[in-house]
Design a protein around this ligand. Structure first.
Ligand code: GCW
Length: 667
């Protein structure tokens, strides 16, 4: 009887929830960090004529601001730049001033984020005028290195159908100051520039414009030939130039504020000016001249490497440094933060600081191609801050980040990965912000401002990237990933049929003597590409920062580390520390249950479980493999392997859709 009553009550509750309580809907992470509680319908006035951007700004205030009346003003106060704003608050009202509508919208988002209560003045200017997401999205809906489902852009149903997520995407970006988006993969299909696709692109640009977001496209340098049917794509050919000029005219007639082109040329098999005996600068300048009359720019990537060059880390510098000063002023050379490829840790690319007559922008990777996809917690702000410790923010002109966004309901495939999208935007706005401050902001907005939650979570986020480095490739190891999917370990990977710089053994060079890639002055001499003081530091095995040791040196197994351990023992301890850290993260998260909704709590708990399992997999695979060369025992105080090497070699990742890492790996 009791049982029946209980069940009836249950059924009635379900009914009530179903009818009257939409707030009980499952928490799917789709609101990102934009979870402001409803405002008090505050009064908001704008001294100027309505525009779509101002309407959004006013609407956000009305819906989410709980305070004194707000006035929006077009005004160039003090040192305000185009997108900058100032906020003056006293007990009678808030006054947001900016020379532009978008500056006012940024001011509103700042107000809502900070919820300031005391009187005072805030002045904000973005450090960079271009803060751009790079999507590696393909026209067929797949996303290269994307782990959050398919592309957000529904090309098949555009231009007729406009998904509500387009505006949601634009709003999220505007709230953190991102003002540009490259819609398609740098491995670009020529069809991206077809009239059919440009019409679709125009619709996206129209949705994004009120949020201050400009659209850019990646182009295939071979488009005149592939799309235009010309016999060549030689940048010096008159018909080719005319083709590009006509294309630019078509683009700007549809999208008057089109941002420009992103180009991956002569890299990993893409077409480029070198195919015709022209230089990167000559190719880039031809496009720059075409876009110049419209105010467009060319972002030309420096991600190049050739099979003939024995050290891939030296390539971008060797190829681009001689071109310093040869690019038009509307060309920006886009350089990855590290000289190889978005590894968990790399020293910075030495091109930064050495091309004073060329505009440079940094390319960060927000999507975690090499840091556990959308399965591992790796808060990337500390990594990007590390870059800025070596590269002065003022030596670059703009910032790009490879997006981690897809059509998953939580946008990023992992609630915690949303922090990296957020952090990218905030750092692109102001690289001086600390990684802690950003984590604090994100946690408070995304979950709860309760310090009992924010403090331990912030500490965990701050340690998370280092944990990944430790269980994947500590002490400067790099690129020992499984071929293609870049998820699991495969330090033994070697294929004589493949170019050597696509194999793992090439990067770690383990042998009976030791481990690491010798880039010192007696090795590949990559050190010489750095400024003198750093070159000397990196070159000296006893002074080289230990986090870069195996990047720059081939180090003996018994080499004494600064803490007194041998290299082998230290390696074992680092792998172990990575694993133990993830277990600690699991415990921290478990204690957060009271502060978080049940759905996100369970989702993050699941992901941490996967990460803990993967960390052991990495540790066992790498230590057992390297042990064959060191011929030394794993120290007693390091957790012994639970796998054996042969099994690990036979395991294969069962890759899910579009190369997404699954939740398990199969034989
Ligand atoms: O990191 C490598 C990736 C490729 C990518 C390339 C690039 C878009 O593995 O998937 O291609 O870099 O940055 O061009």
């Amino acid at each position: 009887m009791k049982y029946l009553v209980k069940n009836m009550l249950g059924a009635m509750t379900m009914l009530l929830i179903g009818i009257g309580a939409p707030t009980m809907m499952a928490e799917d992470g789709s609101s990102l960090w934009l979870r402001m509680p409803p405002g008090s319908g505050a009064e908001v006035t704008a001294a100027m004529k309505s525009t779509p951007t101002l309407d959004i700004a006013k609407d956000e205030v009305r819906r989410y601001w709980k305070g004194v009346p707000v006035t929006l003003l077009h005004e160039k106060v003090g040192r305000l730049r185009r997108e900058g704003f100032s906020i003056d608050i006293d007990d009678k009202g808030v006054r947001i001033s900016s020379p532009t509508d978008i500056g006012l919208l940024y001011g509103v988002y700042h107000l809502l984020r900070e919820q300031p209560t005391e009187s005072g003045t805030i002045v904000e200017n973005p450090t960079y005028s271009r803060r751009i997401l790079n999507h590696w999205d393909n026209p067929d809906g797949t996303v290269e290195r994307g782990y959050a489902g398919n592309s957000l852009w529904e090309w098949d149903s555009l231009p007729a159908t406009i998904s509500s997520r387009y505006a949601g995407y634009a709003r999220a970006n505007a709230s953190i100051g991102i003002n540009g988006t490259v819609l398609n993969n740098v491995n670009a299909k020529a069809e991206a520039l077809s009239t059919e696709y440009l019409r679709k692109t125009k619709v996206l640009a129209d949705v994004f414009r009120p949020y201050g977001i400009r659209v850019y496209l990646s182009i295939n340098f071979g488009s005149p030939k592939r799309l235009g049917g010309l016999p060549t794509s030689d940048p010096f050919d008159q018909d080719v130039k005319r083709w590009w000029r006509d294309k630019a005219k078509e683009i700007y007639s549809l999208i008057p504020d089109f941002g420009g082109f992103l180009v991956k040329a002569n890299s990993e098999g893409t077409a480029g000016p070198l195919d015709y005996g022209r230089s990167h600068a000559e190719g880039a300048n031809m496009l720059a001249d075409v876009l110049k009359p419209y105010g467009g720019i060319v972002m030309w990537r420096a991600f190049v490497y050739h099979p003939e060059e024995p050290d891939r880390a030296k390539q971008a510098y060797s190829e681009f440094k001689p071109l310093d000063g040869k690019f038009r002023d509307n060309v920006i050379v886009q350089v990855k933060n590290g000289p190889i490829d978005f590894q968990p840790r790399e020293p910075y690319t030495p091109l930064f600081g050495s091309m004073s007559a060329t505009k440079l922008m940094v390319e960060f990777q927000i999507t975690q191609e090499y840091l556990g996809h959308a399965n591992h917690l790796a808060y990337l702000a500390p990594m990007w801050k590390e870059f800025f410790e070596y590269v002065s923010p003022s030596s670059i002109t703009s910032v790009a980040g490879v997006a981690n966004i897809g059509n998953d309901s939580n946008w990023c495939g992992y609630d915690m990965a949303q922090a990296n999208w957020y952090a990218f935007g905030r750092l692109a706005w102001n690289p001086e912000l600390s990684a802690e401050e950003i984590a604090d902001e994100w946690l408070s907005q995304t979950f709860t401002p309760d310090t009992a939650f924010v403090d331990p979570m912030k500490e965990m986020m701050m340690q998370s990237r280092e944990a990944v480095v430790n269980y994947m490739m500590p002490l400067g190891l790099h690129h020992i990933f499984a071929k293609d999917h870049h998820y699991g370990p495969q330090p033994w990977f070697f294929d004589p049929e493949l170019r050597v710089d696509w194999t793992a053994t090439h990067y770690h060079k383990a042998d009976s003597e030791g481990l690491g890639f010798d880039r010192s002055s007696t090795g590949s001499d990559a050190v010489s590409q750095y400024p003198e003081n750093l070159a000397a530091l990196f070159d000296d095995i006893n002074r080289c920062p230990e986090e870069y040791l195996l990047w720059f040196h081939h180090v003996g197994w018994n080499h004494k580390m600064r803490n007194g351990r041998s290299l082998w023992n230290e390696l074992c301890h680092r792998y172990d520390a990575g694993v133990q850290e993830v277990r600690r993260f699991q415990k921290i998260w478990d204690r957060m249950e009271p502060y978080v909704d049940a759905d996100r709590f369970a989702a993050i708990q699941d992901k941490l479980k996967i990460q803990a399992r993967d960390a052991v997999w990495w540790k066992d695979a790498c230590l057992l493999y390297f042990q064959q060369f060191s011929c030394q025992p794993i120290p007693y105080d390091v957790e012994p392997p639970v796998h054996n090497l042969q099994d690990m070699k036979e395991f294969r990742l069962n890759l899910g859709i579009h190369g997404n890492a699954p939740h398990g790996f199969n034989k």
